[in-house]
Design a protein around this ligand. Structure first.
Ligand code: FAD
Ligand code: HEM
Length: 386
């Protein structure tokens, strides 16, 4: 809980820090990587640093956290913290690294606000940082402890590499050693680490797209301008070994017997397909509405898996939106206004941010409470910051 001494200081300086955080964070990362260049090898995403997305996510989360502490004394923004902790755990972040980040972040803050900062302001923001860091460290410790092993990276062999739609590829893996495997929940993801042509190692997250449990398969869309997906598509071959993390992610199917709506666009169908697969495998009698939007039928990566699983479930129905007209599909972008949503439904959402914002707004307008809307963002969650 934020101390009575710090609360008014944070309240008074939030607008100032909020307005400067966009220039503080690039300075922070410049300091961090100058002191610890090894953090770019196999931890931070070089592309996110180049595009500035990660800066925005970090800045947004600290500002959101401080705002929450001021407006809701005695509580924590659990959803935000949980998402970050899962992402951190999938990257193997350790407790001592929080001190390193603290030093460089506060070095950048002191420099940027040199003309206005007082010891009182520095102390209050230090308190905010450590409240957030301690909450994350605690969550991350719990996530690590829940794994079937205490390793960060495990070798898995590519057993199959199957084209999935026109631009994607499904990788099916099998363990390449005897490390105990943590059962994954449908909707979770793994981090995948590969070496780039210049030798730098880079990590990206991929949602499990088929069976969960102790199976590991994921489906990646090729991003020609990216670093990792071209290596996966063009370099990694059947028989090769890749390093993957234990499974993480909190957008998983919640227990219950209420209706489930799975809404996805493009490659965002991977976590929803995994949830759908688990419902089909368990012979669920829940009402399941699968809504998917795609540019063309051919580009739908998990088309046969998803249509088969819908067929297997008595209570499932599929509705498809395509940008170009086609038989059996609605034309244009997905809209919930065209859908008869089941009462009391839980909504699982994944796709590009504008798609998710629109569907989430429509769902709320249709009466689905925000607490029953779960979404996965395929990148730093700049939605949190907006
Ligand atoms: C929880 C989670 C689950 C995910 N699940 C999946 C999944 O199931 N399937 C899937 O395909 N993806 C998934 N992703 C996305 C995936 O992790 C990668 O982000 C994606 O594969 C692209 O990675 P990349 O290395 O190929 O591209 P990156 O190297 O990350 O580049 C991404 C984009 O940034 C652009 N870029 C690079 N530098 C700059 C710059 N200076 N300025 C502006 N733009 C720049 C590149 O051109 C490229 O288009 C998931 C992400 C998360 C966080
Ligand atoms: C209180 C301290 C911290 C906060 C508030 C914070 C916040 C965040 C946020 C918001 C994200 C994006 C999560 C998402 O949307 O998926 C993120 C990702 C990440 N964080 Fe942290 N973080 C903190 C500490 C650390 C530490 C100590 C490290 C280790 C050096 C670290 C390394 C990373 C990495 C590598 C990513 C993924 C970024 C990428 O690949 O571009 N973070 N963090």
């Amino acid at each position: 809980m934020l101390s009575d001494k710090s609360r008014p200081v944070i309240e008074a300086t939030l607008p100032l820090v909020g307005s400067r955080i966009g220039s503080i964070t690039p300075n922070f990362y410049a300091r961090l990587f100058a002191a610890h260049p090894e953090l770019m090898d196999g931890l931070f995403s070089r592309s996110n640093q180049r595009s500035g997305n990660q800066q925005q996510a970090l800045a947004g989360s600290i500002a959101a956290f401080a705002t929450h502490l001021v407006n809701n004394p005695g509580t924590m923004p659990e959803t935000v913290l949980s998402r970050i902790a899962h992402r951190h755990a999938s990257l193997g972040i350790t407790q001592p690294q929080y001190q390193v980040v603290y030093e460089h972040l506060f070095g950048a803050i002191a420099e940027d606000l040199a003309e206005v900062i007082t010891p009182e302001i520095a102390e209050a923001w230090t308190e905010v940082y450590w409240l957030m860091a301690d909450a994350l460290i605690k969550l991350e410790k719990g996530l690590y402890a829940a794994q079937a092993n205490d390793r960060m990276w495990m070798p898995w062999r590519v057993a199959a590499k199957t084209p999935a739609g026109t631009g994607s590829m499904t990788f099916t893996l099998e363990p390449a050693d005897d490390t105990p495997v943590t059962p994954a929940l449908p909707g979770q993801y793994v981090s995948v680490k590969v070496a780039l042509p210049d030798g730098l190692r880079q990590v990206r997250q991929y949602s499990l797209s088929g069976d969960a449990g102790t199976s590991r398969s994921f489906t990646t869309k090729l991003d020609d301008g990216g670093e990792v997906s071209p290596v996966l598509h063009n370099t990694v071959q059947v028989g090769d070994v890749v390093e993957i993390s234990n499974p993480y992610g909190e957008i998983t199917l919640k227990e219950g017997d209420g209706p489930v709506v799975l809404a996805s666009a493009g490659i965002g169908c991977t976590p929803t397909a995994s949830i759908l697969r688990s419902l089909a495998e368990s012979g669920s009698d829940r009402q399941v509405l699968v809504l998917h939007a795609e540019s063309t039928l051919d580009s739908w990566a998990l088309r046969s898996q998803m249509t088969d699983d819908v067929e297997r479930l008595d209570g499932a129905e599929l509705q498809l939106w395509l940008e170009k007209p086609a038989a059996g599909a609605k034309e244009g972008f997905m809209s919930l206004r065209e859908v008869d949503l089941p009462a009391d439904a839980s909504l699982y959402l994944c796709g590009p941010l504008p798609f998710m914002k629109n569907i989430r707004n429509e769902a709320i307008n249709a009466g689905i409470p925000a607490t029953k809307i779960h979404y996965e963002v395929f990148g730093p969650d700049i939605w949190l910051a907006s």
